[in-house]
Design a protein around this ligand. Structure first.
Ligand code: GLN
Length: 499
């Protein structure tokens, strides 16, 4: 998706980042609109947008928050960037993120961590440094801090929805294949989606609708006839939402989304939300998605395996920065450049994923890890298909549309995250948290933040996180609305009702 070889320049340290001036550290690189003059027309006129730094922009650097790409300038705009511009949006800058999108706290970034703006309101002495969530933390924080009305993020396993939940903004991951990935730097191709973060549903919808068009340059884009079919299939549910009451709308609440890790204070606001929807006529249905407990492990095996393959291109020879081995080093010249470049160019978390993914794809582990994870992915998808009354058009792209089980549900609602935003740990020089816990525990803690979001990613479903009150500590929490593949419009409509 990304012809990275064209303009890599030699690596220089400490590239200045004037955007640091903002206390959230949400935007990186040169700011201002001069590099993207306004196109002046279209549905996005009047909207300022930030673009996550793993999405290629011709007029601004694209670093993926990595040392390896710290001086990379793309020779082209990603399709989504061209669409923003053509539709009249103002592009205000690039948003900080976890390196290559890997992380849940926006901690692993060459630009430094993103601070959640929620804790920076009011008295300076009362400022609290909490995470903005990751990996699209800069996008969420920029919106929450009022630096822009909307931002593009990417969501591979929850990276739009988790920061949206932590920062108190809206975050929409579309159905996989609905928004083009051309020009988006790959982390895990079978899961990566471009998503939208915004202050409200109306803005989210405006941006989503401007971007949700077929792109022949993205081979995984859903073709036009599949989009049309999906729209037709979810229209019956939209009918229910036209009336004053929500009678006829069936909302599923999956029992597996209340695991032991879930903080109790997250449950009360969610319960009151469901009660309000019931009072307005919707039917709340307890459902079961029994494969959910295996989703997190399957996600980390599959995403790391794909990442290990995608990131092989940053080898110091064809792509990315290059670190020459010291004179007299023992191996062949090529092996040395490769090892030195990658050890110094990638941060700890990215190296961990590459090693994990390479192992999962090795002959000894392939059957037990990679294939097993793919089987789990199938089961997760089958779980969703079983509970939705809207059938997946992907299962039978050309046969007549048949209704799903009549007792099924139109959408699911569950907490977006297991807790409110965690405190920001500081990192030592090795890139490990300095909070007294050892690295593996902290890493695992970070991975567990994604437990609510990865199932929809594995199944490629549209999922929206919308602010739903506060936890016991007064910090924002989010509710997630998940729909069948292609029901993006329905999911946004339910979000509008909740808003
Ligand atoms: N936190 C997850 C991870 O680290 C998800 C990241 C993402 O969605 N880009 O892989």
């Amino acid at each position: 998706f990304c012809r990275l070889h064209e303009t890599i320049r030699p690596y220089e340290r400490n590239v200045s980042s004037p955007a640091r001036a903002h206390p959230t550290n949400a935007l990186v690189g040169p700011l201002g609109t001069s590099s993207y003059p306004l196109s002046g027309a279209g549905p996005l006129v009047g909207l300022r947008l930030a673009v996550k730094d793993n999405i290629c922009t011709k007029s601004l650097p694209t670093t993926c928050s990595s040392k390896v790409l710290q001086d990379y300038h793309s020779p082209f705009d990603a399709t989504v960037v061209s669409l923003l511009w053509n539709n009249g949006a103002e592009i205000v800058g690039k948003a900080n993120c976890d390196e290559f999108g890997m992380g849940s706290l926006n901690l692993y970034s060459v630009h430094g961590p993103v601070v959640n703006p929620f804790g920076l309101q009011g008295e300076e002495s009362a400022a609290e440094r909490r995470s903005a969530g990751g990996s699209s933390g800069g996008s969420a924080a920029a919106v929450a801090a009022g630096l822009c009305e909307a931002a593009l993020g990417t969501d591979t396993g929850g990276s739009v929805r988790l920061p949206a939940s932590y920062c108190g903004v809206v975050g929409m991951k579309p159905s996989y294949g609905i928004i083009s990935r051309w020009g988006v730097v790959s982390f895990a191709d079978s899961l990566d989606c471009v998503g939208v973060l915004a202050r409200d549903i109306d803005t989210t919808r405006r941006v989503h609708d401007s971007l949700a068009v077929w792109d022949h340059r993205d081979p995984t884009a859903a073709p036009p006839h599949v989009r049309t079919r999906a729209k037709r299939v979810s229209e019956s549910a939209l009918e229910y939402l036209k009336s004053e009451t929500l009678a006829g709308l069936r909302i599923g609440v999956p029992r597996e989304y209340f695991p032991s890790e879930l903080e109790q204070s997250v449950v009360a606001p969610l319960r009151s939300l469901l009660n309000q929807l019931r009072a307005r006529g919707a039917t709340i249905v307890p459902v079961s998605l029994p494969s959910t407990p295996y989703a997190l492990s399957a996600y980390y095996v599959i995403s790391s395996a794909e990442a290990s393959s995608n990131l092989a291109r940053y080898d110091g020879i064809e792509y990315g920065m290059r670190v020459e081995p010291p004179p007299g080093a023992n191996f062949t010249k090529t092996a040395n450049v490769y090892a030195y470049t990658r050890s110094q160019g990638f941060g700890r978390e990215v190296q961990r994923r590459i090693l994990l993914g390479t192992y999962a794809l090795s002959a000894d582990a392939f059957e037990n890890y990679f294939l097993q994870a793919q089987r789990v992915r199938k089961l997760i998808k089958a779980d969703f298909d079983r509970v939705f009354c809207i059938p997946s058009v992907l299962n039978s792209p050309s046969s007549p549309i048949s209704a799903g089980p009549s007792e099924g549900v139109h959408v699911l609602i569950h907490p977006s995250a297991i807790r409110t935003a965690p405190a920001l740990p500081t990192l030592d020089s090795e890139g490990n948290p300095e909070d007294g816990t050892d690295a593996p525990t902290s890493t695992l803690d970070a991975y567990v933040q994604d437990v609510m979001t990865v199932p929809a990613s594995l199944a490629g479903l549209p999922a929206l996180s919308i602010p739903a009150g506060t936890g016991a500590d007064g910090w924002p929490i989010g509710a997630s609305v998940v729909g069948q593949w292609g029901s993006d419009e329905l999911v946004l409509k339910v979000g509008e009702i909740i808003e």
